[in-house]
Design a binder for this molecule. Structure first.
Ligand code: HEC
Ligand code: HEC
Length: 296
């Protein structure tokens, strides 16, 4: 019951955000030629990347239903340097993937030497776990040997999963939740993000502490000291820290939106960054750690 309440509450909040987006769009449209039109349109909601939130809300079942295995085969070109999916095909850098949908996670596969990180995930590969894995292998199984950043496009993931399903598994696709009905648990993480909590953010910062200090006058380590970073220059100063060219080129200041983008995936924002940190998947964690950085 409580779960269902949360899911419903999530959808109600989500509709609110969609409504906000629509009203800012229509005000854009109707006031486009008026002099009082503000510089930036819409509402900045800390911690929410609107595009991503909207995309995440399409349930995987719906994407699978319209997925195209031929397109998935084209996506599989990105996997083929490490994997083949033919029956009886050899293992390469990664294991053979014939019949992987519905099979055990990190087991068998002709004795492929899986990482402990992936072996720790008991259970089977189903449509949802594959979708999570292919979104960000390092986030799904920190320490995995699959050095592949992930597929950002949800439809690409659905296409390649449906293609893999045709290679020996042929499981029925999961039913698409009826329009307006609550999606299956976990299908759509509620995109609504509460204001960041600096106390919770301090706990999140434990993930950053291996590389960063954030006290006043703290030393640079693998990463720069982060004291007063919110509102400060991007990739500059910080006691002469040697930034990558990629980050130094970004310019401007760190505001909350930019930090949110950075912490979602540093290497998607700045290719060639030295920050070898996969990112924080959870938007609330990002909002919390940004609130913590702001307060310090
Ligand atoms: C750079 C090489 C590389 C690329 C590219 C790559 N993988 Fe992998 N993959 C691996 C390795 C290595 C493992 C084993 C991971 C481990 O043990 O931690 C793996 C594991 C997997 C598994 C788990 C298999 C099992 O038996 O549990 C799946 C599923 C998978 N990859 C799918 C894909 C798909 C689909 C793509 C393309 C979208 C892809 N991989 C791209 C190297 C790669
Ligand atoms: C594995 C080490 C590592 C971890 C973990 C890490 N970072 Fe970083 N961080 C770096 C490095 C290295 C840079 C410099 C990046 C560059 O120059 O491309 C950096 C840069 C940054 C910057 C830009 C600083 C500036 O002056 O422009 C911010 C902000 C930041 N990190 C925040 C975080 C936060 C918050 C976390 C935890 C959620 C985190 N980092 C986790 C290594 C790390």
């Amino acid at each position: 019951m409580e779960n269902r309440f949360n899911t419903i509450a999530g959808w109600v909040l989500f509709s609110g955000i969609v409504a906000l987006g629509l009203s800012s769009l229509s005000s854009h449209y109707f006031h486009a030629d008026k002099p009082e039109r503000p510089e930036t349109m819409g509402y900045a909601i800390a911690g929410v990347s609107t595009g991503g939130a909207a995309a995440a809300a399409v349930p995987i079942e719906a994407l699978l239903a319209k997925a195209d295995p031929a397109k998935g085969q084209a996506v599989f070109a990105k996997c083929a340097s490490c994997h083949n999916a033919a029956q009886g095909g050899p293992n390469g850098i990664g294991p053979n993937l014939y019949g992987i949908v519905g099979d055990s996670i990190a087991q068998g596969r002709g004795g492929f030497a899986f990482s402990d990180a992936l072996k720790k995930h008991a259970g089977k590969w189903d449509f949802k776990t594959l979708d999570a894995w292919l979104t960000g292998p390092a986030a799904f199984a920190p320490g995995t040997k699959m050095t592949f950043a992930g597929l950002d496009d949800a439809q690409d993931r659905a296409n390649v999963i449906v293609y893999l399903n045709k290679q020996g598994s042929n499981l029925p696709l999961p039913p698409v939740p009826a329009a307006g009905a609550a999606p299956a648990a976990g299908a759509a993480a509620a995109p609504a993000v509460a204001a960041g909590d600096p106390v919770k953010g301090k706990a999140v910062f434990a993930k950053c502490g291996a590389c960063h200090t954030n006290n006043a006058g703290g030393a640079n380590g693998i990463g720069p000291n982060l004291h007063g970073i919110v509102g400060d220059d991007v990739g500059k100063g910080r006691g002469g820290y040697a930034f990558s060219d990629g980050l130094a080129k970004v310019g401007g200041k760190w505001d909350e939106a930019k930090l949110d983008k950075w912490l979602t995936s540093p290497r998607d924002m700045v290719s060639g960054t030295k920050m070898t940190f996969a990112g924080l998947d959870n938007a609330q964690d990002r909002a919390d750690v940004i609130a913590y950085l702001k307060a310090n």
